[in-house]
Every structure is written in structure tokens, then in C-alpha cells.
Design a protein around this ligand. Structure first.
Ligand code: COA
Length: 158
């Protein structure tokens, strides 16, 4: 049986912290879907196409990773696409409460899908998409914070 995992999120934009989780998660499964949420209540800076393009460029060397969009409940997408594991990153204790609640609710909705937490590498534990956008807005150096294509998009946007 093929083990398919999913790494869902807004990715507005993808950061090196996300990429670190993607690379490590890709070694744990046969196929990893990076899933960009379509119906987010968040006000995003980048369009879906832009976000997908940035992710695709960053993962181009990873053969078993692909990018998709999804809307509706994550567990429904998992069931429809034979996904058995949801990957989430934990950067700090402050992430834990929200992530635990989501994992437990997803488990209640669909107990065939497990959530697997990967702890963020220390060098990325302070990163978030919002903080990167803020630095880019004020022309700070973001080269070490995001993949190359995301850096180009951010510089262009601001
Ligand atoms: N490195 C860098 N940043 C990280 C990170 C990491 N390893 N892990 C999380 N983050 C940041 C993101 O950059 C983002 O920052 P921002 O708020 O500044 O944009 C923040 O943490 C959280 O974003 P994300 O991981 O994209 O999650 P989310 O809260 O936007 O979305 C979903 C989470 C998509 C998994 C969830 O909303 C979902 O499943 N929605 C579908 C509907 C559903 O099923 N709901 C029921 C859930 S129980």
C-alpha cells in the first residue's frame, strides 16, 4: 500500500521553515501532498497561482512531493485522496494548543487519518509567513528566510 501524507497550510508565502518540514516529511512517506487551502478566512497577499508557483519551484528536486489546492474539510480531502497522515510542524509550545485541538477534532471527524507532528528546526523556529512579509514590506533582508522564488515574488510585491 502507498503511504500518502499531506502537509496543509496557507503558504502565503512558503518559507524555509515550511520547506524544512516538507523535506523531512517527504522521507517518511511514499508521496507527500503539499495542500494549499482555498477557502481560508485569512486575507492572503498572494494569489493561489502565485503560492503554488513558489512552492513548485522550491520542491522541484523532490520526486515524491506534489502541490494541490483544497477546500472544505481537510479530512474529507484526505479520505477522497487516500491520505493516511496529516503532517504539521511545531515551532514552539505556543503552537501546541491549537495544533492539538485541530488534531483531535480531525481524529474525531475521521479516525483513519493520523496527525504527525514534526518539530521545526531551531534555526526556523521563529519564522512565520506574516513576519517574513513584514520584513519584506520594510525592505529588510529575507534571503535566508524564504526559498528563491518566494524571495523574488516578495521583492516584486513590495
Ligand atoms: N515554518 C514557518 N512557518 C510556519 C511553520 C513552519 N514550520 N508552521 C507554521 N507556520 C506558520 C505559517 O507561516 C502561518 O503563519 P501566518 O499566520 O503568519 O500566515 C501560521 O504558522 C499558521 O499557518 P498554517 O500552517 O498555514 O496553518 P493555517 O492555520 O493557515 O491553516 C489548516 C491550517 C489549513 C491545516 C486548517 O485551517 C485546515 O485544515 N483547514 C481546512 C478546514 C478544516 O478542515 N477545518 C477543521 C480543522 S479541525
Amino acid at each position: 500500500m502507498t503511504n500518502i501524507a499531506i502537509y496543509p497550510g496557507s503558504f502565503d508565502p512558503i518559507t524555509n521553515g515550511h520547506l524544512d518540514i516538507i523535506r523531512r516529511a517527504s522521507k517518511l512517506c511514499d508521496k507527500l501532498i503539499v495542500a494549499v487551502l482555498v477557502n481560508s478566512s485569512k486575507k492572503n497577499l498572494f494569489t493561489f497561482d502565485e503560492r503554488i508557483h513558489m512552492i513548485e519551484d522550491a520542491i522541484s528536486d523532490l520526486d515524491n512531493v506534489c502541490v494541490k489546492t483544497f477546500s472544505g474539510l481537510l479530512v474529507d480531502y484526505c479520505t477522497q485522496n487516500n491520505v493516511s497522515a496529516i503532517i504539521r510542524g511545531l515551532r514552539a509550545v505556543s503552537d501546541f494548543e491549537y495544533e492539538l485541538q485541530m488534531a483531535q477534532m480531525n481524529r474525531k471527524l475521521e479516525d483513519n487519518v493520523e496527525t504527525i507532528f514534526l518539530t521545526a528546526s531551531t534555526k526556523y523556529s521563529f519564522l512565520s509567513s506574516s513576519i517574513v512579509k513584514e520584513i519584506a514590506r520594510y525592505k529588510g533582508n529575507i534571503e535566508e528566510l524564504v526559498p528563491k522564488k518566494a524571495c523574488e515574488y516578495l521583492v516584486e510585491k513590495f
